[in-house]
Design a protein around this ligand. Structure first.
Ligand code: NOJ
Length: 554
C-alpha cells in the first residue's frame, strides 16, 4: 500500500487517499466457461488491477440469488452463488487481493431480499408467521388496489398483492425483491450477524445498496406528485414525477449506520453507502458523525455532456463534503460515460477529463471495470437485453450496455469466457481490449494508470484543503490543492492560465494535445484536465491561488 493511502500504522483509515474499482462480477472474468463471471476468474485478474494502481475493489453481489435483478435479489447473505463460486473461492480471492495490497469491499443488499429468501418464504405462509414482520405488509386501500401511490424504480407500483393473505407487500424494485422492515429489531439483529460473518472472513468494507431507502414512512403516506409523467411505460419518467419524501431518505435511516459503524469499527472496515440523492445537504447527513465513512454521489453517472452542470454538481457536493465522498462517473447502472459524453474518441477524451478531475478530490474516486479502456457501451441485439428495466418497460434499453463482458483479449468471447456470455454482445475490437492496449503506448489503459500514479505520487491531491479558484467560466474549474493545481477545462476552447513566475509543470494531462506555453502562461487544451505541480509550499497562503487571474479564450 502506498504512503498516500491510510494504514493501521498511521491510524488513518485505509480508504483515505484510496482509489476504488468496481468489479461487476457477472461480467468480469469467467473461469469455467458457463458464460457467467466468477470469483476464480476475478482472482486471476486482480494483478491487472494492482498494475493499474487501484487500492480497493468493490465486488457486486455474488451471493446465492435467483437473478431477477442479476444478484441484487439475495436469497442467502452468507454464501456464494454456485455460478460465482464457493466460500473458499471467496477466501482465495480475498487472500490474493490482500497479497497484492488491494482492499476488498463487498456489496451488501439490506433494503430487500429475494422473494425466495427463507425469511420471505416463511413470512408469506401466514399473517402469524414469526417472519411476517420482517417485511412491509399492508391491507389494500379502502377502495381496493395498492395501499398508496409509491412506485417501483423499475416500473409499476411498489406493491404486489399476496393473494393467499390478501395483503400487499412493498418492493421499491421488482416484485421479486420484497423490502425488509427495518423498524423491526429482529431485522437489524440479523444484519449485525451478516456483517460480522463477512468481517470475520476479512473483508475491508461494505458497499451498501440503496442505503438511503431502508426506512419508510411509518404511516405509508402518499408521495407528493410533482408532475404528470409523459408515459406510464417509462419507469424513470414515472419515478421522477414524484417527490420521494415518504419512501426514501427518512431522517432516522442514519441511525442504522451509526449502529453499523460501531460494529465495523473494531475491524477497521469501511461503510460506503449508495445514497442516491442529488441534494448535497441530504447526502452529507449520511457521511461522518459516526455513520457512513463515505457515500457515492450519483448525480454525475446520470448526466450527459453538460460541462457546466457537471462541474456545478461536483463542486456543490465537494463544497458540502470535501473529504469523504465516493466519486464515480461510471457504474453498472448507467450507460458508460464515453457513450453519454458523445461516444468514440471524443467521448473517451471527455470521460478522462472528468475522471481526472474527480481523481484530484478528497474521498474515494471509483473506476468501473473497463473504464480504463476508454470504451463506450457494448452492442446488444434488442432480443438479448436482459436487464429487468429493459424487459419491463417497452422501448427502454436498460443498463445492459454498461454490463457487457470485460474485454480482456481480442477474439471470440474477448477472453472473458470460453463459453457463451450470459449477456450476448458484439466482441470488442483489438484496440478496446486490455491485451490490445498494453502494446499501444498512448492507449487509455496507460493514461488511466498514469493518472492513478499521479494521485499516488502527490498525496495532496487526495487529502487536505482544496480551494476552488474563480475562473470566470462555468465550464472550467481550477482547484488548488496544497502545492498542486488542477485545471479542468471542459469547454470547447483552449483556456489560457496565467501562471506567473516561476513556471509550473504539468504532471498529468488527460489529453495529449500540445500545451503551448509562453512566458508566464500556459494554454490548456479544450475538454482536458491538467494537473500541475507548482514550486509553492503547501503550508503557506502563498502559492498557486494567484496563478489564475485571467482566463482567455482564443
Ligand atoms: C442499486 C444497484 O446498483 C442496482 O444494480 C440494483 O438494481 C438496485 N440497487 C436494487 O438493488
Amino acid at each position: 500500500m502506498a504512503d498516500a493511502v491510510g494504514s493501521p500504522q498511521t491510524g488513518i483509515p485505509w480508504w483515505h487517499g484510496a482509489v476504488g474499482y468496481e468489479i461487476y462480477i457477472r461480467s468480469f472474468a469467467d473461469s469455467d466457461g458457463d458464460g457467467i463471471g466468477d470469483l476464480v476468474g476475478a482472482r486471476a485478474r486482480l494483478a491487472h488491477l494492482a498494475w493499474l494502481g487501484v487500492d480497493a475493489v468493490w465486488v457486486t453481489p455474488f451471493f446465492p440469488s435467483p437473478g431477477f435483478d442479476h444478484g441484487y435479489d439475495v436469497s442467502d447473505y452468507r454464501d456464494v452463488d454456485p455460478r460465482h463460486g464457493t466460500l473458499s473461492d471467496f477466501d482465495a480471492f480475498s487472500a490474493t487481493a490482500h497479497d497484492l495490497g488491494l482492499k476488498v469491499v463487498v456489496d451488501i443488499v439490506p433494503n430487500h431480499t429475494s422473494h425466495l429468501h427463507r425469511w420471505f418464504a416463511e413470512a408469506r405462509k401466514s399473517r402469524d408467521s414469526a417472519f411476517r414482520d420482517y417485511y412491509l405488509w399492508h391491507d389494500p386501500a379502502p377502495t381496493g388496489g395498492p395501499p398508496n401511490n409509491w412506485v417501483s424504480h423499475f416500473g409499476g407500483p411498489a406493491w404486489t398483492l399476496d393473494e393467499a393473505s390478501g395483503q400487499y407487500y412493498c418492493h421499491l424494485f421488482l416484485p421479486q425483491q420484497p423490502d425488509l422492515n427495518w423498524r423491526n429489531e429482529d431485522v437489524r439483529a440479523e444484519f449485525d450477524e451478516i456483517l460480522r460473518f463477512w468481517l470475520d472472513r476479512g473483508v475491508d468494507g461494505f458497499r451498501i445498496d440503496v442505503a438511503h431507502g431502508l426506512l419508510k414512512d411509518p404511516l405509508f403516506r402518499d408521495n407528493p406528485r410533482i408532475r404528470v409523467a409523459d408515459s406510464a411505460a417509462d419507469n424513470w419518467g414515472v419515478f421522477f414525477s414524484f417527490e420521494h419524501c415518504y419512501d426514501l431518505d427518512q431522517d432516522d435511516t442514519v441511525d442504522i449506520y451509526r449502529r453499523w459503524h460501531r460494529l465495523v469499527e473494531p475491524y477497521g472496515a469501511a461503510l460506503i453507502g449508495e445514497v442516491a440523492l442529488d441534494d448535497p445537504v441530504r447526502m452529507a447527513r449520511y457521511i461522518g458523525g459516526g455513520a457512513l465513512d463515505s457515500a457515492f454521489f450519483l448525480q454525475p453517472p446520470w448526466m450527459g455532456w453538460e460541462p457546466a452542470a457537471l462541474l456545478d454538481a461536483i463542486r456543490g457536493m465537494h463544497d458540502r463534503e470535501p473529504n469523504r465522498v465516493s466519486w464515480a462517473i461510471d457504474n453498472h447502472d448507467h450507460s458508460r460515460s464515453v457513450t453519454r459524453f458523445g461516444g468514440g474518441a471524443r467521448g473517451a477524451r471527455r470521460s478522462l477529463a472528468v475522471t481526472t478531475l474527480i481523481s484530484c478530490l478528497g474521498g474515494i474516486p471509483f473506476l468501473y471495470q473497463g473504464q480504463e479502456l476508454g470504451i463506450g457501451d457494448g452492442t446488444i441485439a434488442p432480443d438479448d437485453l436482459a436487464d429487468p428495466i429493459a424487459t419491463r418497460n417497452e422501448g427502454a434499453l436498460g443498463r445492459d450496455g454498461a454490463r457487457t463482458p470485460m474485454p480482456w483479449e481480442p477474439g471470440p468471447g474477448n477472453g472473458f469466457t470460453a463459453g457463451t456470455p450470459w449477456l450476448r454482445a458484439d466482441d470488442r475490437p483489438h484496440a478496446e481490449t486490455v491485451a490490445g492496449q498494453m502494446s499501444i503506448p498512448d492507449a487509455p489503459i496507460h493514461q488511466y494508470r498514469a493518472l492513478l500514479g499521479t494521485r499516488r505520487a502527490h498525496p495532496e491531491l487526495g487529502a487536505g484543503p482544496a480551494a476552488w479558484l474563480d475562473t470566470g467560466s462555468a465550464e472550467m474549474a481550477v482547484i488548488r490543492r496544497g502545492s498542486m493545481l488542477v485545471v479542468a477545462n471542459l469547454s470547447a476552447d483552449y483556456a489560457t492560465i496565467t501562471t506567473g513566475s516561476p513556471p509550473i509543470s504539468p504532471v498529468f494531462s488527460s489529453a495529449k494535445d500540445p500545451m503551448p506555453t509562453a512566458a508566464g502562461s500556459v494554454r490548456v487544451p479544450p475538454e482536458t484536465t491538467v494537473v500541475f505541480a507548482t514550486p509553492h509550499r503547501a503550508d503557506t497562503q502563498e502559492g498557486p491561488a494567484h496563478l489564475v487571474d485571467t482566463e482567455t479564450r482564443v
